[in-house]
Every structure is written in C-alpha cells, then in structure tokens.
Design a protein around this ligand. Structure first.
Ligand SMILES: *Cc1c(COP(=O)(O)O)cnc(C)c1O
Length: 364
C-alpha cells in the first residue's frame, strides 16, 4: 500500500463539476484578475473568519510581506517570531528591511514560547509575528497582552491554520492582521499560488489593497511603490468550492489525528499535543522520536511517505547565520532532530492510518 503525504485527487474528484463549471464561466467572461469571483471569495472568507476585511494576494509569502508593510514595519525594525517555521515567515520581515528576532519554542506545541518573548523586546521592536504551526494556534492571549503593554503590532502567520480557533475566534481574527497561504497542500489550497490577508482595521485593509495593486488607489494614479500581487479568478473559483466543505475537511483531519494518537500513545513515539486553548486543525501530524531516522527509513521502505518539517531552525540557516552566530535555541534545535510528519489529509482512511502505525511500531 503506497501512502503519500498529501493526496489532492479526492477533493478534485468530488468538486470537479463545480470547479469546472466555475472555470468555464471565468474563461467565457475573460475576466481573470480582480473580478467577481475574487470579490465573492473575499466576502466569504471575511464572514468565515469573523472579520470586516479579507484581501486576496498572490501567495502566503506576499500576504506576510504586504501585511508587514501595511503595518509600517521598515528599515531596522525588529519583529519577534519563531525559528521553527517555514523560511517565508522570516523572509517577509527581511523584505521590508526589518530584522527577524527569533525566540525559542515550546517543546510540546512547537509554537513560540510566550514566556521567553518579553526578554527579547527592545526599543526597536515593532511587532510580534507568531506562527500557528502545523494547524495549532500559538498562545495568542499573552502575546496580545505583551503587544498592548509595549505598543507592538500583532500579525499572525496563519498559512497552516485556516479554520483553526483560539478561544472563540478563528485563526487570523485575533491579531491586527492575519496572513493565509492557499498553496495547494495547505488546509484550504488552490491550484497554483494564492494568499489572503484578513483584518478588522479599515485603514490597514485599504493600505493592503493599494499595495497589492501597484500602489494605486485610482487607476493610473500611483501614490506609493506597490506590488503586483493579486489572487486570480481561476484560483478564487477553486477556493470558493472548497471553503464550503472546509469545516468537514478539518474535522476529518482531527479524526485522523486522533486515530494516529490512540495507536501511538504509550509507545516510544510522542504524538503531538493539543493545548486545549482552541481548535487544532492538523495541517501536519507531527510526532517526536529519538529514532526518527530509523522510522523514516522503515516507512520509506514500506512505500509510505513521511517528512521532516523542519530540519534546520531559521537561526541556523545560511542566510541568517551571521545574525545569529553563537546564539543557541536549544528547544528548536532539539525538536528539529526528532520531528517526523506523517501522511495527513482529510481522505486518509483508517486502514492507511493503521498501516502507517504498524510500520512505525515494527521499526521501534
Ligand atoms: C506555506 C507557508 C508560508 C508561505 O506561503 P506561500 O503561499 O507558499 O507563499 C508562510 N508561512 C508558513 C508557516 C507556511 O507554512
């Protein structure tokens, strides 16, 4: 039995009629960019997240970049974030001339350790950028308290957490700006690149709309240097079709995760922890084990995919090495050596989960 990390075919097959009909409408009207599909999607995502504004952009990386710019982060400004994330989180800070300040993570949730944040705040700190890694929101209440106390912006990297909840709010709705990725394998994914920014703030929303469209408020009038970063109409068709089913997909991910956990509990493999502060939507199902490499090899030999997200924390990446020479983040470094993500997608079957667990237990 071959088992991939992600299988996108199941959703395409069940939604194909709706998606293909939507594609045909876009093709026949030849309105490809900033048209009615994108506008409808923005309204639907804003309603889903419980915020006033959602603005489509070209990728999750651009969502972070434009959010930081709209928030006024610039040359020399420090932004506190986690070293245990995808590079795009830190890249976006560097794009605007800012400096990513990494704070070590919590060993159970893999999210930024809120106890360590305050000591990293300086008079150049302008924002905190938590990442909701693997689909579980970072501990946002104490982070927002720190932002209030020190006058900082709170920007959420929600690339892996569409539909997750913290307290009674959806991920993205807690900070001033929430940034989503619609990369195909994300919980809500399109058929190319795409992203979105959500906010309750009218002024920030307006800034993002201007930046995504060449710094233009009025056609051919340009007040600032902006970008070409729009979500196109064909991608909006795919996302609108999937959004209607997203809660069900996330529920399936949770059910799959709980089946894995029931099988792996009490073994030498540590299942992921839910912190009980909201809803974890399991973008990834990531275990910890000292025997990580042996498990990975056994799974590979059995035709089962598994992956290390992420093998090198960002403060150890070549691009940031000089900034962080001699700085140690012991938890992130230790976790990077022991994590392994297992196949996870809504359509994964019980038989597939059992097979993955059998191979893991056989390897221990
Ligand atoms: C995927 C991802 C991004 C970037 O999104 P793209 O759409 O690929 O640009 C940013 N941050 C995190 C945590 C991600 O997982």
């Amino acid at each position: 039995m071959q088992i991939p990390m992600v299988d996108l075919k199941g959703q395409y097959e069940t939604l194909r009629q709706e998606i293909e009909a939507g594609f045909r409408t876009v093709l026949e009207t030849t309105h490809f960019i900033l048209g009615p599909q994108g506008k409808a999607l923005e309204e639907e995502v804003a309603a889903y997240c419980g915020v006033r504004h959602a603005i489509g952009v070209a990728s999750g990386t651009d969502a972070l970049h434009l959010a930081l710019r709209a928030a006024g982060i610039g040359e020399g400004d420090e932004v506190i974030t986690t070293p245990f994330t995808f590079i795009a989180t830190a890249e976006a800070i560097s794009y605007v001339g800012g400096r990513p300040v990494f704070v070590d993570i919590d060993p159970l949730t893999f999210n930024i350790d809120v106890e360590l944040i305050e000591a990293a705040i300086t008079d150049r700190t302008r924002a905190i950028l938590p990442v909701h890694l693997f689909g579980q929101p970072a501990d946002l209440a104490p982070i927002r308290e720190l932002c209030r106390k020190h006058g900082l912006r709170l920007i959420e990297d929600c690339a892996q957490s569409f539909g997750a909840e913290y307290g009674d709010r959806r991920s993205g709705a807690y900070g001033e700006l929430g940034c989503f990725s619609f990369f195909p394998s994300k919980n809500l994914g399109c058929y190319g690149d795409g992203g979105m920014i959500v906010t309750d703030d009218d002024r920030l929303a307006e800034e993002v709309r201007v930046y995504r469209n060449h710094g233009s408020r009025e056609r051919y009038h340009h007040s600032v240097i902006g970008y070409n970063s729009r979500l196109d109409e064909l991608q909006a068709v795919v996302l609108r079709a999937k959004l209607k089913h997203l809660d069900g997909y996330n529920e399936q991910r949770r059910r799959n995760a709980h089946r894995y956990t029931a099988r792996l509990q009490g073994t030498k493999v540590t299942p992921p922890a839910e912190d009980g502060k909201g809803l974890h939507v399991y973008h990834q199902y990531t275990v910890l084990s000292d025997a990580r490499d042996a498990i990975h090899q056994a799974l590979t030999a059995a035709g089962i995919a598994s992956a290390v997200y992420y093998p090198i924390p960002l403060h150890r990446q070549e691009v940031y090495r000089e900034l962080y020479a001699g700085v140690s983040m012991p938890v992130a470094e230790s976790v990077a050596k022991r994590v392994l993500s297992l196949p996870m997608f809504p359509e994964l079957t019980e038989a597939q989960i059992d097979r993955v667990c059998d191979v893991i237990l056989g390897a221990l």
